[in-house]
Every structure is written in structure tokens, then in C-alpha cells.
Design a protein around this ligand. Sequence first.
Ligand code: PEP
Ligand code: MN
Length: 301
Amino acid sequence: MKININKKKLTNKEPTKDITSDDLINKLPLSTSRKKRLVKISNNIIFGGSAIPVIAGPNGVESRDLMFKVAQQLVKNKINIIRGHAYKPLTFPYRSKTYNESKFVGMDIMDEIKNSFRLKVVTEVTEIRFLERITKTADILQIGSRNMQNLELLREVSKTKKPIILKRHFGSSLRDFLGAAEHILVEGNFNLILCERGVSIPHTHRSTSRFALDIQAIPALKEISSFPVISDPSHASFWAPWVPPLTYASIAAGCDGIILEMHPNPKKSLVDPLQPLNFKEFKKVINKSRNLGKIFKRKII
Ligand code: PEP
Ligand code: MN
């Protein structure tokens, strides 16, 4: 995409972590333009409007049985978007004996889900070489926080023209986050959804919680950028009991979507078993969110 930037002004004379008025013009022109951006997934699923779409599912596409059980629950609760990763980066290289990325098999399961339920699919792209297969099935491509500044990946994912969820890295300023977004936008794909998923801070209030949801990032991003901003309380807190209150806080803070990890038997989840909601908890958080949404004139879908 051709944009008019005065390159002489692109200096780093005053490096900063926060966004300056100069950045708005010269470094982040596309991500901070005030043109309101809606991301349309289908006629009734739109991010950035009055509805708040929920994206829910397990961490990984562990099995066909798991994904069918989850899909049934989503339909029961009138939720439209299922998530599950067939490709998945882990923090440490020593995978458990029982956990393997399901890769092509997982993507075929997601295809079956799409054919059996009227659900849209979100899944993560970890490497360019997997993009072709993932793009065939996924309705929304997720770029995980660990890949937020994998610029080559951002560019290639952008070129697919598919809607993209860009997760904020847990150590990144909003300036760096929008800088990464700018790499997607400059390739001409404006179907961009920004996701806050928790940041590293000295105290996370519980030994198993690695991150803290940066609630303030939601209004801050909405003030400066016009792309939809969604919240992922599951990956922020790593702790299922905190997911409902953080979901309500995100809705109150003005988020345009929610990611919730869920599993029929969280203890059996092969990755991050402390974090998914079980089906009963999921139903409860959706019902309460729907009530809360009414106050803000937002419909949880
Ligand atoms: C996920 O969505 O399952 C995930 C790993 O998220 P993040 O990249 O935010 O850690
Ligand atoms: Mn996960």
C-alpha cells in the first residue's frame, strides 16, 4: 500500500515507549486513523459494532470428540465462533508425552466442525509454511502474542486478506503493538482485530498467574485506534475462577469481543489445565455477560 510519509521525519531522536503526536502522523498513520473499522465475519457476526462476539473453545484441537462436545455447547449457548489451535507455540520445548500439535489432522477436524455446525473458526498461525492449509479452513487467523513482532509472518498473513486477530505481546507497549499492526495494514488488509491478553508485571497476585489483564489498554486502544479491541481474560489470568470477573470488567471497559478458553473437563486439558472454564461455568459467564451487556447496549453473541 502506498502512503505518504515524510521519511525525513522518521528519526529516533526522541525514542519513547508511549505514543507521541508525531508517531500518529509518521509511524502509525494507518492504525491510528480515526476511520471507524468494522471487521465483518458474516452478516450477523461483526467486530467493532454494537455486538460483542465471543470466541470460545479449548487451547488445542486435541481430538475430534473434544471439538464436537465444545461445538455443541457453543450452539446451545448461541455462541458463533469456535477456537482451537492445531499449531501452537509452547513456552518450553519439552512437550508432555501426551501433547502433540494436531497440525493437519486438527485442521481436518476443524473442517468437519464447520460442516456440521454453523460456527466460524479461529485458529493460530505459527509459521508461514502452515499458512496455506490453515487459510483453507479458518475464518479468522490468530497471530499469537509470541509472534507479535514476527514481521515476515505478519506480512504473509495480511496478504491472505482474511480477518486477523493480533495478540499483544505480554511485554509490549501499545506503541510497539500498533507498530506491529501497522505492518499488517500496510499490506492492505484492514480486517484487523486487536487483542489484549495480559502483560508481565512484578506481581500477578497468585503464583500460577503469569500475566495481568491490562484493562486500561482497552479504552486506551479504543481512543487511539479505530480497530476492534477484544479481551482474552483466560490467557491473562491463567486461572479459571478469575475469568468471569475479568470478562465483566472487559465488557465494562468497552471491549469489542471476548476470548474464553473452555473444556469439558479442564483438569484433563493437555495444556494450561488451570485456565479453561467447564461447560457449567461457561454458561454462567455468558448469561451474566448478556445481562451486563444490556447496561452498555451491547449484545453478547
Ligand atoms: C492461545 O490463544 O491459546 C494463546 C496461546 O494465546 P497467547 O498467544 O496470547 O499466549
Ligand atoms: Mn491457550
